[in-house]
Design a binder for this molecule. Structure first.
Ligand code: M6R
Length: 609
């Protein structure tokens, strides 16, 4: 969703802002804009438009003035359409601002501040600009006082980044829930909605605490609490290389990120294996977190929720423990049963998904312990949770999640093994055997990546499809839910994943001549039933492609189109099958000529409910 950048320093601000907005494009947006301060005239110039950052760049070329301080924004429409007037930044007298989040009481504020008739856009954000300006003028042009007063009136979530004409080299910011990170580096002081925009300059950054005012100058920054006391920023170091958010020769980030998975899995598991056993001491997660709970509740959205479903299958079969996997967006409104004996596991790549964040806050109120599986260091969910396990996947830029998913799975596999070990369900030798198989996953993934041309050829068969079905049983079904989401979000083909045994209870009515069906068959104990279900759809005309564990392929390849997946212990097959399905979705999308990384209507970071 909306992206924010702010810069003040010794370089041309426009260039830095546009470059950062390009890096933030992945978050999803429908308009973009910048505002730059002019030291001499003490005026703020706003350039904005509906469309892409590229359109904004073209518009900026028409303006030749020079500035070293400015703010920028990509907007994902919530209040009002994605048109020019609604694009940020928004002016309000001397104040110009960009905003992420939703100001819920903006209508009441329009009344209170008599703004009716004076606003140029349909946005809640312009209301914030107008209010801060009014309070700024009323408070003898004391901007910090004005911000302080303004935020006491705002209900909802916000990250506000503010320029005032009288201070042309200074940027102010304040936030509630919606994130802002900031840094000071050789080029100047910067802030952004996420660290991706900063990591071309530095990997040192801090998260601006909620309800603190950040003040950026070209050579220093100050952080104030609302009582005017200066606070020391708590810097974090992203273990991402400075070029890790670049495409490195790949046509799309999605392909690059699929290819990075063997390394990403290695980075997730290696630090957490000690003497062959899973070990979370590096994360300071005590064993009591796993031994003192009698129930697990996983909350997450989209792909992250699908990772939870794989874990659920394994927890049931290995730990025989009660586990629920909840869609975070439904969780809060479903009267969830959470108590002190529940371990709440929140899963999120971005760490900013608002529904998941709210679920963690709720769990805390109920006295439950929360453990977060997160990719982005210092993100809101990470800070809100009692314990955090970082997946170390590096920045994931493509909207369609790939390496975040498989590293979340790997983390779940480590948790499963640790719990089985602690509960003495696995003996040390069995635990080591499980971990040793998990350590072979990167190699298995490499083998699938080498088959990408074969998968590409198979993908060409479905380019014209309107509907497609994915079928499998047990773990295969769980991973197909994710495979199906991947295909629909990047290729716009209507795809449904079904548990194969469920077909004859309804969905098989949709199978007609040449309907594409993708099956996954990797689980020995249900293989024969799965093959029967595959034959049932084939008998009704379906065109079937099977991703099958190599050792089961012998008979199937005589009858069906198959792609063989390297042999591994059944539980571990999820990884290579997932890579195969990601590649399948990727090739369908790229062959159809879509912008794979930025599927329509989607945002990478979902910060509204
Ligand atoms: O950042 P999160 O992991 O919390 O995001 C959750 C979902 O929005 C995300 O997984 C989404 O489903 C992806 N687009 C899937 O590719």
């Amino acid at each position: 969703m909306c992206g924010i950048i702010g810069y003040t320093g010794n370089k041309e601000a426009k260039d830095i802002l546009l470059q950062a907005l390009t890096l933030l494009e992945y978050r999803g947006y429908d308009s973009a804009g910048i505002a730059v301060s002019d030291e001499e005239s003490k005026k703020t110039q706003i350039i904005k438009c509906a469309g892409r950052v590229h359109d904004l760049e073209e518009k900026c070329k028409e303006e030749s003035n020079h500035s070293v301080c400015g703010i920028g924004h990509t907007r994902w429409a919530t209040h009002g359409r994605g048109n020019d007037p609604n694009a940020h930044p928004h002016p309000g007298g001397s104040v110009t601002l960009v905003h992420n989040g939703i100001i819920e009481n903006f209508k009441e504020l329009i009344q209170e501040f008599h703004l009716k008739g004076s606003l140029k856009s349909e946005t809640d954000s312009e209301v914030a600009a107008a209010i801060i300006n009014t309070l700024y003028q009323e408070n003898g042009k004391d901007i910090k006082k004005a911000i302080n007063e303004a935020i006491s009136k705002l209900k909802g979530t916000f990250a506000l980044v503010i320029l005032v004409e009288e201070e042309p080299d200074t940027i102010y910011s304040v936030r509630n829930v919606s994130p802002i990170v900031a840094t000071l580096c050789d080029e100047g002081a910067m802030l952004a909605s996420d660290v991706t925009a900063l990591c071309q300059f530095t990997n040192r950054y801090f998260v601006v605490p909620e309800y603190h005012i950040l003040e950026l100058h070209p050579d220093c920054l100050h952080l104030w609490n609302l009582f005017g006391v200066e606070k020391e920023p708590e810097y974090l170091v992203a273990d991402w290389e400075l070029n890790s958010a670049e495409k490195n020769g790949y046509p799309f980030y999605m392909e690059k990120e699929i290819m990075e998975q063997p390394k990403a899995i290695e980075a997730t598991i290696a630090p957490r294996i000690k003497r062959g056993l899973p070990d979370f001491s590096v994360d300071k997660v005590p064993d009591s977190v796993f031994t003192k709970c009698d129930r697990i509740c996983v909350v997450a959205c989209g792909t992250a929720m699908h990772a939870g479903l794989v874990f659920q299958s394994l927890v049931k079969s290995v730990l025989h423990m009660h586990i629920d996997v909840e869609l975070a967006s439904e969780f809060m409104y479903s009267d969830p049963v959470i108590d002190k004996k529940t371990l709440l596991i929140a899963v999120s790549q971005s760490g900013e998904t608002i529904d998941t964040l709210e679920a963690v806050k709720y769990a805390r109120k109920q006295g439950a312990k929360s453990l977060a599986i997160i990719n982005v260091k210092g993100s809101s969910i990470a800070r809100e949770s009692d314990y955090v396990l970082y997946t170390n996947a590096g920045p994931e830029i493509a909207v369609a999640s790939t390496k975040a998913y498989t590293t979340q799975l790997a983390m779940f596999y480590l948790i499963l093994a640790r719990m089985a070990y602690l509960k003495k369900i696995y003996k040390p030798k069995e635990t080591k055997a499980f971990i040793s198989e998990l350590s072979k996953v990167p190699e298995a993934m490499e083998a699938v990546l080498k088959k990408r041309h074969e998968i590409h050829v198979a993908a060409r068969e479905v380019l014209e499809a309107k509907d497609l079905f994915m079928i499998g049983r047990g773990l295969d079904h769980s991973l197909l839910l994710e495979g199906s989401l991947k295909l629909k979000e990047v290729s716009y083909i209507h795809s449904e994943a079904y548990a194969s045994g469920e077909l004859k209870h309804g969905p098989i009515a949709l199978i007609t001549d040449r309907t594409p069906v993708v099956a996954v068959a990797t689980q020995e104990k249900i293989l024969h039933k799965e093959i029967s279900n595959i034959r049932e759809v084939r008998s009704r005309g379906a065109k079937v492609l099977i991703f099958v564990k190599e050792q089961f392929a012998k008979d199937l390849e005589k009858e069906f189109s198959v792609i063989k997946l390297p042999n591994a212990r059944d539980e571990m097959m999820v990884f290579s099958a997932s890579v195969a399905l990601q590649l399948f979705a990727y090739y369908v999308s790229s062959d159809k000529g879509f912008d794979v990384d930025k599927p329509r209507n989607l945002a990478k970071v979902v910060t509204v409910e």
